[in-house]
Design a protein around this ligand. Structure first.
Ligand SMILES: Cc1ncc(COP(=O)(O)O)c(C=O)c1O
Length: 482
């Protein structure tokens, strides 16, 4: 007798929708709310205080509530306006640090990338966006005069610089069976802190970042570099790389790249350019960056002077094989099975990251929308703003420009009082200027002195915004309050 199989238990009735799923019309309604809040934020950029009038305590009270066990639905979005109102605004009068301006078309690209939710790790995980990343890299390499360079996008200059030095280490002093071979990296004293972190993380030891005193113009002196390399070789150490600044964080000084490349080639060293802040200026003043096409790797933060929303950094390199020597380690499950040059393409063999967000889409959209010409015009405009500020400072008897700078950063200080108190007085001026809220400046140390620093990397900045810097500093200076 054959047994009839008992019927399979019927599945539990499913809820109308999985709990996290929302209908597309609901999504569209949410999008309208977010869109309206985004537009409102952009509309109030000029009128809102640069630094929101909030305190740590108030921001905790507003944004650090208990975890919601039950969802609030659409009213969860109510908080967005408060988030905007308690945020720094990126208008043209924010001159602190090196802040890009969050170009809005690029922000839409970022949003769309999140909706698509591709993994920018390989062509198979996001065919369109993988090709877009390669395309954008090619456009930028060509625009910088480095045609033929390959590259990847990453989170920021710190990571791009770390990756550049990781490639240098693998190229010039790869670890052997007994461990890391070690090595010395050279840079000027004006070099960004990310380089110290990079040598530490690479296990070279911070003491093996040889910081060579910058010259009077805050640039690396090739003769001093040559001497430092010779001293290290004489002491039995292994020089591996030189970092050339393509715009120092403080003054925007650009190291003499061509001369540094010449020293490095004679010594068989890798050359990495830290162009996180400044190398975008090569789009308009390539002569400042002579030798760039001969370096081994370079970083460029698109979220700085290409005005992109965070995060978006570019690492370019001459030799993709060098990137693979540093980063290729492929588990069986991830290996590409395609021999097609496009379809088999994997990014994770050339970067630290495996899963990666699509950073290329915003850049692609922004560049296509505005065109390279508009970016060139904005960068040239920002350099012009810095030159205007330098002239205004030089025309004021109580102000002194402290460092030359070919890019868009201006360092200066108020010198209308007792020179022995200048550092303290300028620190107090900075505090008052930022508290007044019309412009925002940051501080730096140049030749051991406290200075005020304005850096223009915002596509919205106007000449009037730049004039406001001098007006505000003079208004905050001691004689104005006396
Ligand atoms: C010259 C330079 N290098 C590296 C960095 C680090 O970049 P990120 O903040 O994107 O990590 C900065 C940041 O300001 C910089 O100005």
């Amino acid at each position: 007798m054959t047994q009839t199989p008992s019927p399979a238990p019927s599945p539990a009735p499913s809820p109308a929708r999985p709990p996290l799923d929302i209908a597309t019309d609901e999504f569209a309604a949410l999008l309208r709310v977010v869109g309206a809040e985004a537009v409102r934020h952009l509309e109030r950029l000029d009128s809102a205080p640069i630094r929101p009038a909030t305190t740590g305590e108030e921001s905790l009270r507003r944004f650090a509530g208990p975890a919601p066990e039950q969802g609030l639905g659409a009213s969860a979005l109510d908080g967005l306006r408060q988030v905007a109102e308690h945020s720094r605004v990126g208008n043209g009068r924010f001159f602190g640090y090196v802040m890009g301006s969050g170009e809005p078309v690029a922000a839409l690209g970022d949003f769309f990338a999140s909706v698509l939710n591709q993994n920018a790790t390989a062509w198979r995980s996001g065919p369109a966006t993988a090709v877009i990343e390669r395309t954008v890299i090619g456009w930028l390499a060509e625009a910088l005069g480095c045609s033929g360079f390959s590259g990847t996008l990453t989170s920021g200059g710190s990571l791009a610089n770390l990756m550049g030095l990781a490639m240098a280490r693998e190229a010039k002093a790869p670890a052997n069976e007994s461990g890391s071979a070690g090595g010395v990296v050279y840079a000027s004293t004006e070099t960004h802190m990310s380089m110290g972190k990079a040598v530490a993380l690479l296990g070279l030891g911070r003491h093996n970042l040889r910081l060579i005193p910058a010259d009077a113009d805050l640039r690396l002196d090739p003769a001093a570099l040559r001497a430092a390399i010779a001293a290290d070789r004489a002491a039995g150490r292994t020089p591996i790389a030189v970092v050339a600044n393509g715009g120092t964080i403080v003054s925007g000084a650009v190291d003499p790249i061509a001369a540094i490349v010449e020293v490095a080639r004679a010594e068989d060293l890798w050359v990495h350019v830290d162009g996180a802040y400044g190398v975008a200026a090569a789009l308009v003043e390539p002569e400042l960056f002579e030798g760039l096409a001969d370096v081994d790797s370079l970083s460029l933060d698109a979220h700085k002077w290409l005005y992109q929303p965070l995060d978006c950094s570019v690492l370019l390199y001459r030799d993709p094989a060098a990137a693979r020597r540093a980063f290729s380690l492929t588990d069986d499950y991830a290996a590409s099975l395609s021999a097609d040059p496009v379809e088999g393409q994997v990014f994770f063999e050339e970067t630290i990251e495996l899963s990666r967000r699509v950073r290329a889409l915003k850049l692609w959209l922004s560049l296509r929308y505005h065109g390279f010409a508009a970016f060139r015009e904005s960068i040239a405009g920002n350099i012009g703003h810095a030159r205007l500020l330098a002239r205004l400072v030089e025309a004021e008897p109580t102000l002194e420009r402290v460092a030359p700078g070919p890019l868009s950063a201006v360092c200066f200080r108020w010198v209308g009082g007792d020179p022995s108190e200048a550092d303290e007085v300028n620190a107090a001026i900075l505090e008052r200027v930022n508290a007044r809220g019309r412009v925002y400046l940051s501080n730096a140390t140049v030749h051991g002195r406290f200075v005020l620093r304005a850096c223009v990397t915002n596509h919205r900045t106007t000449d009037a915004d730049v004039r406001a810097v001098v007006e505000e500093v003079l208004a905050a200076a001691p004689q104005a309050s006396a």
